[in-house]
Design a protein around this ligand. Sequence first.
Ligand code: GDG
Length: 500
Amino acid sequence: MISQTPKERLIVVSNRLPFVVRKGSDKQWKITPGSGGLVTALLPVLRDRGGIWIGWPGTTDKIDDISQVLADSNRDAGYALVPVALTDDEVHKFYQGFSNEVIWPLFHDLQSHCNFDPSYWQVYKEVNHKYAQVIARQSKENDFIWVHDYHLMNVATELRHLGVRSRIGFFLHIPFPSLDIFLKLPWRFELLHALLDYDLIGFQTLRDRRNFVQCIRAMVKHVTVQGKGQVLTANVGDREVRIGAFSISIDYNTFIEEATGAEVIEKVRQLHGVLPDRQLILGVDRLDYTKGIPNRLEAFRNALVRYPELHRRITLIQIVVPSREDIPKYHDLRTTIEQMVGHINGEFTKFGRWVPIHYMFRNLTRVELLAYYRACEIALVTPLKDGMNLVAKEYCASSIKEENVLILSEFAGAAAQLQNGALLVNPYDIEGVADAIYQAFVMDKAERQGRMRRMRRSISKYNIFWWVDSFLRAAIAKDLSAFPLMEDYVPKTDIDVPVI
Ligand code: GDG
C-alpha cells in the first residue's frame, strides 16, 4: 500500500519525538523507541522515501548533546530524528497550559475544565514558531510536511511567514467541537485561520469534519466548501484547502501475532486460574477525565444493584495508566476513582469469595495489556468523548476466538465504524450502561461471534497502513472522487450513531 504514495521526502512533526530520551544511572543518554500505531505506521514510510521526524525529546536538558545522541543512534535508519528544544516555562505554558488546560478540555466538550490563561496562548504561538524554525531549517521545497495534533495547530501559519512553500498536511487526533463550543475559545478566529493555512486537514470522523466545516462557514468570510466522500475542498480566498475524515487505526496483523504469543497465552491462563468461573470485564484507560471512568464505575454499581444474579459471576478489572499528574484536575480525578472503587468493593465484596473490582494504577507491559485484552470476555470502553479510541480496536483485534463483547461509547470516534458490532451506549446514561453490561453477560456465543467478526473485518481492512496511505494520497490526488467513504462508515444519521 505504501508504495502507491509519491516518493517525496516526508517530514513528520509531532509534539514528542517517537523515542524516549533519558539519562541512565551511568549519566549516559539512553534512547528507547516509542511504541504505538503511529510510530509503527510512519517509520516504514520514512525509511522508504527518506525523511525526518521533528519533535520535543521529552527533556529540557541541553539540546546539543541530545541532537548528537539521536543522530548517532539513528545513523543507519534511513531517516533523521531532529529535536526541538523547550524550556521548563514553555513546557508548562505550551504543553500543560494551552494544549492540555485549554484545547484538550474544550475540544472534548468539557469547557468547564478550561483555564483560558492569556499567557498560555502567547507561549503556544511562540513554541509553534520554534517548531516552524526547526522545520524550515530542515526542509526542502519538494518535501511533504505532515504535522500532528492539537499542540501544533499554528505551525503552518508560522511556516508560511518564514517563506516555506512546501505542501503541509495536518491531522487532528482528538475531536473537533461543534460551533457553539468552539466559539467559547478567546482566540477562535486566529486558530481557525491558522488551520486554514494547511493544504490538507485530516479529522478522525465525519462528525469532526462536519463541525469544522460548520465553524468555517460561520466564521470565515468568502469560504465555499464542496465535494462528497472522504475528502472535501474548501476555497478560501484564492487558496484551496482539502478537508478529510481519516479514521486512525492499528497495525492489525502485528496485534494478532503478538496476542497469540506464548507469553500472552500463559498470562491469560494464570488470570483465569486466579479469577475462575466468572466473566471478566476490562476497563483500561489513561488517567483522564475524558475517559468517563467515574461514570463507568457508577454504571457497574448500578448493574450490581439491579441485576443481583451478576454477583460473583462478573469481575471488573479497571486499569488506570498514570498520565499528566502535574495538572491538578488529574490528581483530583485519581482520588475520586479510588474512593468510588473503595465504596463499591466495601458494599458488595463477599469475604474470601468475591471482590467486584480489581483496580490497578500503573503502566502495563505490552504482554500484560494483550493478556488482559484476551482474558476479558467483555470490554467497557466508555469515554465521555474521544477522538478515536485505539483500545477499542486493539481489544477487537486481540479477540482471536471472536467471542468477546465490546461495549462502546457512542461519543468515541470508533463508534461510527464499529456500530455494527459493538453494544453502543451513552456513557452519561448510568442505567443504559448497566443494561448493556447485563446484555453482554447473557449474550449467546453466536451473537458474540457475529458482532465481533464484523468489527474485526472492518479493523483489518481499514488498518493503520490504510490510514497513512489515504492521508498521503489525499494530499496530492488530482481526482478526489477516488476517495469514497469507508464502507462500514456510512453514517445513517447526522450524528453518526443510530437513532430510533
Ligand atoms: C489520542 C486520542 C486517538 C494504554 N495503556 C497502556 C498502553 N496503552 C496504549 C494503548 C493504546 C494507546 O495507549 C491509547 O490510545 P487511545 O486511542 O485509547 O487514547 P489516547 O492516548 O488518548 O490517544 C485518541 C489516539 O490519539 C490516536 O489518534 O485514538 O482518541 O485521545 O494504543 O494500547 N500500552 C502499554 N501499557 C499500558 O499501560 N504498553
